[in-house]
Design a protein around this ligand. Structure first.
Ligand code: NAD
Length: 549
């Protein structure tokens, strides 16, 4: 057996199907698929504990185990072995659920041929291998699960599906920068990932956070692709980041790190190539340093290489608060749909940075009572509503939310479970999970953050009738006004705040209603409907452009 061979365990009780599959596997070479067959789950689990397999072909309806339970028992026993589910037309729903729960693929028994089987098995192994090595992150798993679910809904071309699962270009950097004690050089990891180059230049933020990894940045780049496509913007998705805790850096250290990061990625960014923007842990100042570093290298000032810059350097009015503004526009549309009056309604917001604080401010202006907000230190609760304008002043002058006197301190976990009309997670990913989804107590979840809800939690919230405005829709205001900033930069326009706000409202409201209509027409949850909308556009573009060479 060669090292490239893929060892298959076939668990199938129907002897005719088992013979057919073995026949196909025997036909395939380079790689070969040596296969062992058993006809019940217990025998399969037993064999897998004695021998190594690269992939399992699993029938979910077996003499000793039925339905999703078959998948769950296998997964518990051998979590790292990828699973391709075998299904009949009658059991498609079950197969889909298995894929949503983490199976790599499913194959319709009536349609299998050798080529399809070989491809499905190879890709299943490849995905798990890639993810478990440098790509592994809960966010990337979440992004993949969401994508695979939506891909099934649109019956996505298999060629396109594989191309969209991983980014087209990635750069992994080890970045040295000097600490303020001049002799001390710190080396940290940085990334720039460009997911889809088909739609125009790529676009996406740069985050400075201690948990940044290649997988996390790849997930965020993928979401940017769907977000831009959903809004109809002429960009593919990108993302960048540095694995560092920015709260531990002085301003000068942050500047040196930002400049070094920019110079390391300078050949892959540019106004026509890839345009960075702020994200978690970065803001207008970091964008100014990035723009300055790039401009120094090319020999003239290039404001349009980044967006989210200070207005004095060619930034757009309205950009700083655009993501929060967009979140609130989407809350207004959702509230209209649900017949909920926001004047007098209640809201809870996790995260009081760029997105969360602007969302709080705009909701406050609509007469919504903000019961609680939080930052990394924890949350602050006041049953009568928090004085947002004053709290903003306190935060802007460097104060932590919990140090503000007018409210009771609560934890971030408690905050998420408060009873309210609107919950806005606007901090970090994986906050609403299978563990707390049953206790989320609101009518609308508007995702200001990227990836705050896991796939399992999504299902629970949907079952409980909570209306979710998913991240790629809810927080798209940032990239939309970034697009306006880029257009103004490349064309030397200067739009007013009124022009920016009315264009933003038009684009986001149109996207909301397209998604809502699709979710009603196709009986999809809002997240899947949003993803399908974005994925279809990217797929059309890829198919029309064709493949080089
Ligand atoms: P930010 O750094 O300005 O603010 C983040 C906030 O979250 C801060 O209040 C911070 O204290 C808090 N926080 C950090 N870790 C936390 C934790 N473990 N628990 C609770 N709170 C925590 O970042 P931002 O730009 O507001 O981004 C927030 C989220 O919104 C991120 O997921 C980001 O990807 C997403 N997003 C941002 C933009 C943008 O334009 N800035 C656009 C789209 C999406």
């Amino acid at each position: 057996m060669s090292e490239a061979d893929i060892r298959v365990l076939l668990i199938e009780d129907n002897p005719l199907h088992a013979r057919m599959l073995q026949g196909f596997l025997d036909e395939i070479h380079a790689p070969s698929f040596p296969v062992k067959h058993v006809d019940n789950l217990a025998a399969g689990l037993d064999l897998a504990s004695r021998e190594k397999f690269d992939v399992v072909l699993l029938d979910l309806v077996l003499p000793d185990s039925k339905g999703l339970d078959t998948f769950v028992r296998w997964r518990t026993h051998a979590p790292h072995v990828p699973v391709v589910v075998l299904t009949g037309l009658d059991d498609m729903g079950l197969a889909t659920r298995a894929v949503e729960s983490g199976a790599q693929d499913y194959l319709l028994k009536s349609q299998i041929n050798a080529a399809l089987l070989s491809r499905s098995l190879r890709y299943a192994v490849e995905r798990v291998r890639a993810r478990s090595e440098e790509w592994d992150s809960p966010m990337f798993r979440n992004a993949h699960q969401q994508f695979l679910k939506a891909a099934q809904v649109v019956d996505l071309d298999d060629n396109i599906r594989q191309r969209l699962l991983f980014p087209q270009r990635t750069q992994v950097l080890s970045l040295p920068f000097r600490r303020d004690g001049y002799d001390q050089v710190e080396t940290v990891f940085g990334y720039r990932v460009q997911h889809v180059l088909t739609m125009g230049p790529t676009k996406g933020g740069v985050r400075f956070h201690h948990s940044v990894s290649l997988g996390e940045v790849a997930a965020l780049a993928m979401w940017m692709t769907w977000k831009c496509a959903l809004m109809g913007l002429p960009y593919g998705g990108a993302k960048g980041g540095v694995r560092v805790d920015p709260t531990g850096l002085s301003r000068r250290e942050k500047q040196r790190l930002t400049r070094r990061y920019t110079s390391e990625i300078i050949h892959v960014i540019g106004p026509d190539k890839d345009i960075p923007a702020p994200d978690l842990g970065t803001g207008a100042q970091e964008m100014a340093w990035m723009m300055d570093t790039y401009s120094e290298q090319v020999g003239h000032t290039v404001p349009e290489v980044v967006t989210g810059k200070p207005v004095v350097l060619g930034g757009s009015v309205g950009r700083e608060t655009a993501t929060g503004k967009g979140v609130v526009l989407m809350v207004q549309e959702a509230a209209d749909h649900l017949d909920l009056d926001l004047d007098g309604a209640t809201a809870v917001i996790q995260g009081f940075g760029n997105v969360g604080s602007a969302a709080a401010e705009f909701l406050d202006q609509l007469g919504t009572k903000i019961l609680a907000v939080s930052d990394v230190s924890g949350g602050l609760y006041n049953d009568n509503g928090l004085p947002i304008a004053d709290l903003l002043e306190h935060a802007r002058s460097g104060g932590l939310v919990q140090d503000y006197p007018e409210g009771d301190n609560i934890s971030n976990a408690e905050l998420l479970e408060l009873e309210c009309d609107v919950l806005v997670p606007a901090a970090i990913e994986n906050q609403i999970t299978a563990e707390n989804a049953d206790r989320i107590n609101c009518k609308i979840v508007a995702e200001g953050a990227n990836g705050p809800t896991t796939t399992e939690a999504d299902e629970i919230l949907n079952d409980r009738g909570i209306f979710i405005v998913p991240d790629i829709l809810a927080n798209a205001g940032g990239v939309t006004v970034s697009y306006f900033e880029w257009v103004q930069g490349t064309q030397n326009y200067m739009w007013t705040l009124e022009e920016i706000n009315s264009r933003l409202k038009r684009i986001m409201t149109r996207a909301f209603h397209q998604v809502l209509q699709r979710s009603i027409d196709q009986d999809l949850d809002m997240r899947t409907a949003s993803l399908v909308q974005g994925i279809e556009r990217v797929t059309d573009a890829k198919l029309i452009r064709g493949l080089f060479p």
